[in-house]
Design a protein around this ligand. Structure first.
Ligand code: TRH
Length: 364
């Protein structure tokens, strides 16, 4: 039986890197499983550093207006990432093809990740499309998540094997990081108000720390703090017991290596949170803020999922500005234990790519 399908994934880059990061992981994961994938993206430039060695099987196309569809095969499965609104000209072509074949189509709306209870209730629900060029089709809500009743998490088939073969010293050496056994912390964040406090805490701690700061907003935020202390633009600087290294933009592959190398990972958004879970090290999450504060419940649900110890909850509350409290001390041993236990549970579940392929076979 030929199970190879042509998937069209639509991705609009709102801001930051998460939308494209997730779509790229999904696209390349499907391609690795023998599917044909076309990824439509309005702003693909970040793929140059995120995925410099693009695997075959993913065809990246620019989402222009109107969409350049001339002569293209329409495809079998449509993925609308994060409610990005599939262009009407594509929908019309897809609806026409489905009507001709007497099918309702396979249109999946890939939703944002959350550990909240509504996810299991909403995952997989169909919704008939009544209006517009896609009228007559059926759209399904596909929710990533942390339990077997959800769409699962993006993982990559060879993750535990890659981790077992990973040589942290060798990788750090390749990156030009002069590691001498000090505590390693990675920093991927927006502009947390508590950042100056964190830097001061690390600088004054008895244990030496090397902070590996990711490129972009995190680096700009740290530079803004340290410039005030006359540090200039040095790529490597020290304050007390704190050494700071600024990293270049890493590929997604090397971003994993960074997280596996560190004793504590500060992550943000969605995709890096999942990668930090798979890394199994202590983590602190800066959640993407929503205007109606919906992210507060989302953060709580995630901490519940982790069975997070009180010190981890208190640190998250301060790091995310939920409480105007002094930044608590780092308490990485119990934090790491709760992440490692969660990782073990999650590894036993099917990953998102397995789930989404299975879903399309059942609902075809
Ligand atoms: O960049 P983000 O803040 O993206 C956010 C969130 O996804 C949020 O939920 C969404 O609504 C908003 O965008 C629009 O964080 P996230 O999700 O962790 O995505 C970062 C991606 O960048 C992830 O795929 C990892 C990748 N990355 C690298 O590949 N190399 C790097 O050096 C770094 C720092 C990140």
């Amino acid at each position: 039986m030929n199970t190879e399908k042509l998937w069209n994934i639509f991705c609009r880059v709102v801001d930051n890197h998460g939308d494209l990061g997730v779509c790229w992981r999904l696209a390349s994961g499907l391609a690795a499983r023998g599917q044909r994938v076309r990824l439509w993206v309005d702003e693909p430039s970040a793929l140059r550093w995120m995925a410099p060695q693009a695997p075959s099987g993913v065809e990246v196309r620019r989402w222009t207006q109107p969409l350049a569809l001339d002569g293209l095969e329409v495809g079998d499965i449509l993925v609308e990432a994060f409610g990005c609104e599939v262009p009407p000209e594509y929908l019309a072509a897809y609806a026409h093809q489905c009507a001709t074949a007497g099918s309702l189509g396979l249109w999946l709306n890939l939703e944002y990740l959350s550990a909240e209870a509504f996810v299991a209730r909403s995952h997989g629900l169909p919704s008939p499309v009544m209006r517009g060029p896609g009228a007559g089709l059926r759209k399904f809500f596909f929710y990533p998540g942390f339990t077997p009743a959800t769409g699962g998490l993006l993982r990559g088939p060879d993750l535990p094997t890659r981790q077992a073969a990973f040589d942290r010293r060798a990788w750090l050496g390749q990156q030009g990081i002069a590691f001498q056994g000090e505590r390693l912390i990675s920093l991927f964040c927006y502009e947390p108000a508590a950042l100056p406090e964190l830097l001061a805490q690390l600088a004054g701690a008895p244990q030496p720390t090397r902070l590996l700061v990711t490129a972009g907003r995190a680096a700009a935020a740290v530079r803004a703090c340290t410039l005030a202390q006359g540090a200039g633009q040095n790529p490597q600087i020290a304050f007390g017991n704190l050494q700071i290294n600024y990293l270049p933009a890493l590929s997604q592959h090397d971003f994993d290596h960074l997280l596996w190398s560190c004793d504590l990972n500060f992550v943000r958004g969605e995709d890096s949170l999942v990668r930090a879970l798979w890394a199994g090290k202590a983590l602190i999450w800066q959640i993407y803020p929503q205007s109606d504060n919906a992210h507060h419940d989302k953060l709580e649900a995630f901490l519940d999922l982790l069975n997070a110890p009180a010190s981890m909850r208190a640190f998250h509350a301060a790091w995310n500005g939920l409480q105007q409290a002094t930044l608590p001390a780092l308490d990485t041993v119990p934090w790491q234990q709760s992440v490692a236990a969660t990782r073990q549970r999650l590894l036993a579940q099917d990953d998102l790519v397995t789930q989404i392929i299975g879903f399309t076979r059942i609902n075809r």
